[in-house]
Structures are given as structure tokens and as C-alpha cells.
Ligand binder design. Sequence first.
Ligand code: HEM
Length: 507
Amino acid sequence: MIPLTQAIAGTFLLWILHQWYAFETMKRKLSAIPTIGSSNFILGYFHSLRFAFNGHELVAEGYKKYPGGLFKLRTPATTSGWIIVGSGTEIVEDIRRGSSDHLSFFAAMSDSHGSRWVGGIRDGSNDSPTEPYHFDVVRLSLTRSFPSRFDDICDEISASVGDMFGHSSAWNGVPLVRSLVPVIARTTNRLFIGLPLCRDREFLSGTQRFTSGRVATANVLQLVPGALKPLVGKLISPVATALRELEPILGPIIRERLHQDAVQGAERADRPKDLISWLLDFSPPEKRNVEDIIFRIISLNFVSVHTTSITIANALFDLAAHPKYLAPLRAEAEGAVEQYGWTKEAMNKMRGLDSFLKESSRMRGTGSTSMTRKVLRDFTLSNGITLPAGSVVGIASRGLHHDSEKYEDPLKFDGFRFLRLREKEEGGELKYQMVSLHHDYLLFGHGRSACPGRFFAVNEAKAVMAHILLNYDIKFPEGVTSHPAGKWFSASYTPHPSAQLLVRKRV
Ligand code: HEM
């Protein structure tokens, strides 16, 4: 009999050898691509931890050294231990054109969020091009339906901003991101599942716990060596807890909807027009069950609430830092609402606000990379370099957004930059809208997997901003004069969670 300690040591050694072999094989395949940092197996592991805490600086270094080209970095966020980062129009366009058989956003996210270890994959496998059907629900049903629900959306914005910012005409400090998350969670869920659930504390805290749990789990899994990921993922996964907590709240509604659909059919006039109905319209028979529908509702909360809250928080901090924009944006919002009411048409007329939000996201956004794709089959770029199957590629979006070749005076905040371009350039009216996709602006990615929720997100963000502009004065607390520094983890950015904004109700 081999003693237990020797068996453990032997297994560990075998695992190290396997890791080393996989690492060297991928390194050889990526040899045409220069490395930022170390490509030594041991040193590279420590370097990959540096990526977890300082990824944006490494990406910025690579962007500067290899403009318009590719570089690679060690990262704990991918299964191969490498991420390839590209820049320049040619590479962005190559990735945009890549077919779903070759490049997959879903597989890249499943890897970096550790979905295979936390029980998050409901469609296909980790390496399958099959994307979850709820992406199509957002692309089609949600995007078509939200304009007719704009009354509800604005009603929830008014109620939730009032609850978070208060109604006092004296200055009052609010931690901005923490105050906006419940506003966006309520507003988004007013569209997703309506009243009264969108205000239900248990429902909101359950979805929020799931979201923060998913982010924390993904971050922890990045730091855990590969062999331990399945065990650690299972131990700390927030999925089972969220399903258990939300079953008593959502379960009866979903069961009743399934029952009514079975008895009366899905075409009945009184069928609610909400996310549950839209999901049931798209779900294959084997996935028409309570647990699966709850999982998709919380997954859509996960992708939508924080991204939109961060976008609005960035813009409000920029507004406090550049108060000269307050008067023109207010006048624009007042005029649009007077003429069109709180409708999507009014939001379309707020072109200055569209430009302001877009510029704010260009300056900060949600991270330093975008268009992340897992390579499912060898993929050759127009520069002749082949990205091997199993590798992960992304674009250095922040570098691109701050590049003087792409934007004039790129580090200067210019709130009406995109408005001017929209008015000046032929074809600019469409090209420079915040929702428009372009190889020089990657807040929402680009191509087939570009964010399908962007039409709703931009209109929701504009409605929140317009509501705040018309009903509140805002400024920084004493002593703060510029946009507060945010926080980075890996390549993701979030405004500082405790940074404050002073608000008071306008009288
Ligand atoms: C300002 C807020 C938002 C930002 C900045 C944002 C950003 C992004 C980005 C960068 C991607 C990946 C695109 C790519 O790699 O090409 C993405 C994908 C996605 N987003 Fe958003 N998003 C936002 C809001 C939303 C909302 C509100 C929803 C849902 C209602 C949503 C649903 C999705 C989905 C389902 C995907 C996966 C798309 C696919 O792979 O086909 N997002 N988003």
C-alpha cells in the first residue's frame, strides 16, 4: 500500500506536470505573439496573479508597445492561463466577423466566471457554440417591448430615486453606486416581472446576493489553481442558494403561468407581457420548468443591473466634475419631456445627454478589454497569425478609447464630443449614437455577440439621468473636485463603492 502522504504528493506532482505540459504547449502555439511580462511557467504564475489585481495596467502597457497588433498576457481568468489581446481596426473587424463555430463570447464568459464549476451552464457545454436562449429573448422580445412599457419604467425610476436620494431640499450625501444599484434593480425588474415583485425586498436581496456571489466566486476562482476549481466552485457557488431563496417567491408565479399557458394557450389577451412569458415563448420543452426559468431571470439581473448602474454612476460623477453641462442638459430634458412626455421618443430627442453618457463611458466604461472570445477552432486573422483552439482573445478597448489616433484630445472629457460629430459628419446621426456599434467604440462590444440589452440600457440610463437632472441638484462633497478614483479587478472597472455625491431636491 502507498502511504496517503505519498499518494497526495504523487498526484500533486502529476498535476503540476500536466499543467506545465499544457502551459508549454499553448506557449508554443502562441509563439508568434509577443508577451507582456513573464512567460516562464513558475514566474508566469505569479505574473498572472498580478493580472488579477492590475490587469488594466498590463493591458495598457501592451497597447502602447504593440499598437494595431497582438500581445499575450498570463492570466488566471482563462483555462489556458493566457489571454491574447489585440488592437487596431483590422483585428477588431476580424474578431467581429468570426463565426460562432470559431469564436464564442459565451464560452469565454463561462470560463472566466467559472460557470462549469458553479453550476451555471444551462445550454450546451462549456466549449459549445450554443448560446443561452435567453440572449435571444433580450435581443427580440425585451427590445421590442420596452418602448410600450416606458410609463412603468419611468414610474419606477421616480419612486426608487425618491427612496434612495430622499426628498429633502437640504444637501444630503449618498454613496452613489450603492444607491443606484437598487434604483436600477427595481427599474429593470419593473420591466422584467412588474409590480409588486420589483419592489419586494426578499426578491431584490436574493437577486443582489446572487450577483455579488457570482462576481466574488469568479474572482476567487481566478486565484485558485485549476485542480481545485471544481471543489472550490461547488463549495462557494451562489447558484443553489439563489434558486432555493427565490423558489418560494417566483415559483408559484411561474407554475401558474405554465398552467394557464397549458389550459388557455399562450395567445390569450390577458397573458402578462413580462420576462416570464418571453422566456416561456422561447424555451425548448425540456427547459420549461421553474428552476430553469428562475435561473435565467437571475442571470439577466446579473448582466444588466451592475453594468447599467456603473454607467450612470460614471456619468453623474462626470456631471459633478463638469457642472457647466448641468444647464444645457436640463434644458434639453425639459424640452423633450414637455413635448413628448416620459416616452422613448423623448429619450431619442435627448441627443446631448446621449453624447454625455457615451463620452463618460469612453473615458471610464466598465473595463479595459471588450469583445472577449474563446477560440473554439483555429482562427486565422488577416495578419496571418492563427489563434489556436482553446485560447482566449479580447480587444484592448480602453486603450482604443483613449487613443489620439481615434479621438481628438482623448484624455479630455468633452461631453458634447459625439453630439458635434453626429451633427457634423455625413452619416454621423446614426454612427455616433450611444447604441451604435463601431470598431472605435466598444462599450457594448461589437458583432454578433454585441450586447443585445444596449437599447434598453441606454434608454433606462437616459431616463434615470433626465429624472435626476430635472428633480435634483448634485455636487461633490467639500474638498472633492474631480471624478473619484474607481476600483479595478483583473480588467474590470467599477466606480469606488463608497464615493459620495451630494444631492438635494430642487424646489
Ligand atoms: C450600460 C449597460 C451595459 C453594458 C455596458 C453592457 C455591456 C456588454 C458587453 C461589453 C457585452 C459583450 C459584447 C461583446 O463582447 O461583443 C454584453 C453582452 C451581453 N449583454 Fe450587456 N451590457 C449592458 C446592459 C445590458 C442589459 C440591460 C442587458 C439585458 C437586459 C444585457 C444583456 C446582455 C447579454 C444577454 C449579453 C450576451 C450577448 C451575446 O453573447 O449574444 N446587457 N453586454
